[in-house]
Write a protein of this length. Structure first.
Length: 435
């Protein structure tokens, strides 16, 4: 017998994060953003939805199809939840930052919402937490290398192990697919290339000239050590422009090795996904414990111009949820709350307890006055408190062990009167001694 769905529910594709899960994701985001800021990137905040026609200027075909649209009731405008933040940054750079006078280094974090395929032609909504950077108004190998090196440095700051960044360039897939005029065949080849399925590529390339079919099949295997892959690529019949792209990739890798020595780089010249959006460098980062890429990025020189200011740009977005999953898989613990004191006064002594809490907070101690019956140790641990201050018993109790420290009555009296110095000192010693 099927039960009726609960009237208290969430839309498909979104979820709540309870305190520990939320703490992990906030810590990831803050580590990423701190790294971005250390490299000179400034935080911005963009709206979660925009006028659909404006947002869609900066979206590729796949992203436009993934956008969730609705009618804004106040104006009747068709608006869309952002499936990507990069077009919003491009809009800002082309309009409100048009007179900056030099490159813009911008960073962000927030949620995007997309319709994604779940098999058999079905679509489902998905909310993704992202953080990323955009370097706008800067061209060339040095700017590309900065983006890749920053991605590697930011991922290292999250504690991930065995991160590998694959470098690619859209020139290879673009040239290999340029001979394909049938839209259905092109779509089949693009999908097969994305899956690195050489047999599927060969089947989808049926009817093409032998040299063109062979080049598409070869593209599937052009991944691995950068020097070896570029040498193999140069042995194929590419245009001078595509050959130059291979040389540029080698230059990017050399510069990244200087900027971020910890970066593990490889080449994947078959990175064809998104080639209608990207115009040059493509890269994707993979980490042990994550089923898919934890970062994707590249150069998109045509995007800002869609909003009225032609300029080059490169950037990337990090999937915070993918990093959280990878952290769990390799045993990186969620961050614990800072040590803190829950004050238990009892006997209706709410006002004195509140004054005690205020005195400790003035000394930078995380503190709250408990309301209700005496709390259990399990409750205190679950709600993030390391210590309980039992005012009546004059004891500071370590929640994890039950160990108690006597508190002099004059320290409690002073804190109640507004001077929490002595009580804060006792707490600091207890917190340092706690396991």
């Amino acid at each position: 017998m099927n039960s009726a769905p609960s009237p208290v529910r969430l839309p498909a594709g979104v979820r709540d994060f309870l305190p520990r899960a939320a703490a992990r994701r906030r810590a990831i985001a803050e580590r990423l953003l701190a790294t971005f800021e250390a490299w000179g990137y400034q935080r911005i905040i963009t709206p979660v939805f925009e006028c659909a026609d404006v947002l869609e200027r900066g979206l590729g075909g796949d992203a436009r199809a993934a956008a969730i649209r609705f009618v804004e009731p106040g104006t009747g405008e068709v608006v869309a939840l952002r499936p990507d933040i990069t077009p919003q940054v491009a809009r800002l750079a082309a309009t409100r930052l048009a007179d900056l006078g030099g490159p813009a280094r911008l960073c962000y974090e927030g949620a995007v919402n997309r319709m994604t395929a779940v098999g058999h032609g079905a679509l489902a909504q998905r909310e993704i937490l992202q953080a990323g950077i955009e370097l706008i108004g800067a061209d060339g190998v040095d700017a590309d290398a900065e983006a890749v090196a920053l991605a590697a440095t930011a991922l290292a700051a999250t504690g991930l192990a065995d991160v590998q960044i694959d470098l690619g360039h859209v020139a290879f897939a673009t040239e290999a697919l340029s001979v394909v005029t049938d839209d259905a065949q092109r779509a089949a080849l693009t999908a097969a290339l994305a899956k690195k399925d050489a047999q599927a590529v060969a089947r989808a390339a049926a009817g093409l000239a032998e040299v063109d079919r062979d080049r598409l099949v070869e593209l599937v295997g052009l991944w691995g050590a950068i020097g070896e892959v570029i040498a193999r690529a140069q042995s194929l019949a590419w245009s001078p422009t595509t050959r130059a792209a291979a040389v540029a990739l080698a230059d990017v890798a050399a510069r990244v090795a200087t900027l971020a020595p910890m970066a593990r780089l490889s080449a994947d010249l078959g990175l064809g996904r998104g080639f209608e959006y990207y115009t040059g460098l493509r890269f994707a980062g993979f980490a042990r414990g994550a089923a898919d890429a934890v970062v994707r990025g590249g150069r998109y020189d045509g995007l800002v111009g869609r909003y009225g200011r032609a300029t080059g740009a490169v950037g990337f977005a990090v999937d915070i949820e993918a990093i959280a999953g990878a952290q769990r898989a390799i045993g990186v613990a969620a961050p614990e709350p800072a040590p803190g004191v829950l004050i238990v006064a009892g006997g209706g002594a709410g006002a004195p307890a509140a004054r005690l809490a205020a005195a400790l907070r003035a000394r930078d101690v995380r503190t709250a006055a408990h309301h209700g019956p005496a709390p259990t140790a399990a409750y205190a641990a679950e709600t993030g408190w390391s210590h309980l201050l039992d005012v009546a018993a004059g004891q500071l109790i370590t929640v994890a062990t039950g160990a108690a420290v006597a508190i002099p009555a004059d320290a409690i009296a002073a804190a109640t009167a507004g001077d929490g110095a002595a009580l804060a000192t006792i707490f600091a010693a207890a917190a340092q001694a706690a396991p």
